[in-house]
Write a protein that binds this ligand. Structure first.
Ligand code: GLP
Length: 243
């Protein structure tokens, strides 16, 4: 290695490349710092620094007394832009997938009705979907969709199209704004089975009400995301008064 780019930086790029190209797979044990320093002709210190930076970046992780491994990639969702699952995955270069678990008309409970600003018991279309990223289960979502004529959605095949796109193109309901709550939780039996994780594994619970142009609530969704795969990302700006 040569040039003006610091050596640890060059090695870091090489190691990151191994992960990106798939030569090193999630869960693989990577060579020790001693092996890396021999292989790339750098000092142990340099090898350590490169590895440490990739650990901090979440690309690798260390296990006490065992060595360093390739981490599973996390999928980050921005907290300020309203995107649907399909857009979200495509933006990350991943292939979104959906398995429809159920689709029926549903009489809303009190709390669901409050979220959708309708009368309790009013019927909405309920869609339960398993959402996949590159064929791997990532989330289970239960959506309650509410608009005049929403029973037509029972005919829609949501395994091959995005709900947000369908609402927009077929019904002129453009998802414009949403309110979202996020909570930590543990996978119950049902979610564990569907998501392919163990019971009591950590999950993220998201509740989102999506509004169309004139503030009309069109969807209330409860989603359970795998805690080991999903990161929520926010960019924060300090309020002018506090500067
Ligand atoms: C996110 C939201 C859901 C919404 C979905 C739409 O996952 N949590 O409330 O239904 O996006 O995604 P798509 O347009 O891919 O169906």
């Amino acid at each position: 290695m040569h040039g003006i780019v610091p050596r640890y930086h060059q090695l870091k790029a090489i190691l990151h490349g191994q992960v990106r190209s798939g030569a090193w797979q999630p869960g693989d044990l990577i060579p020790s710092e001693r092996e890396l320093s021999d292989r790339y002709g750098v000092s142990r210190m340099t090898a350590r620094q490169s590895v440490t930076e990739l650990v901090h970046a979440g690309v690798l992780y260390r296990r006490q007394g065992k060595g360093t491994y390739v981490a599973w990639p996390r999928i980050a969702q921005g907290l300020t832009n309203l995107t649907g699952f399909t857009e979200d995955m495509r933006a990350r270069g991943m292939e979104p997938g959906t398995r429809v678990l159920g689709q029926r008309m549903w009489a809303t409970s009190e709390t669901e009705a409050v979220r959708l600003q309708i009368r309790p018991g009013q019927r909405v279309c309920e869609v339960r979907r398993l959402r996949l990223a590159d064929n791997e289960p990532l989330a289970v979502e239960r959506s309650l969709i509410s608009f005049f004529g929403c029973e037509q959605l029972l005919e829609a095949d949501l395994s091959h199209q995005s709900l947000y796109a369908l609402l927009e193109t077929a019904y002129g309901l453009v998802p414009c704004e949403a309110e979202q709550e996020i909570e930590a939780g543990l996978a119950d039996d049902d979610h564990a089975r569907t998501l392919g994780v163990a019971v009591d594994d950590p999950v993220l619970l998201l509740r989102r009400t999506t509004f169309a142009e004139r503030g009309q609530p069109i969807e209330y969704a409860e989603s359970v995301y795998r805690g080991d795969k999903y990161t929520l990302h926010a960019r924060l700006a300090r309020a002018p008064a506090a500067r």
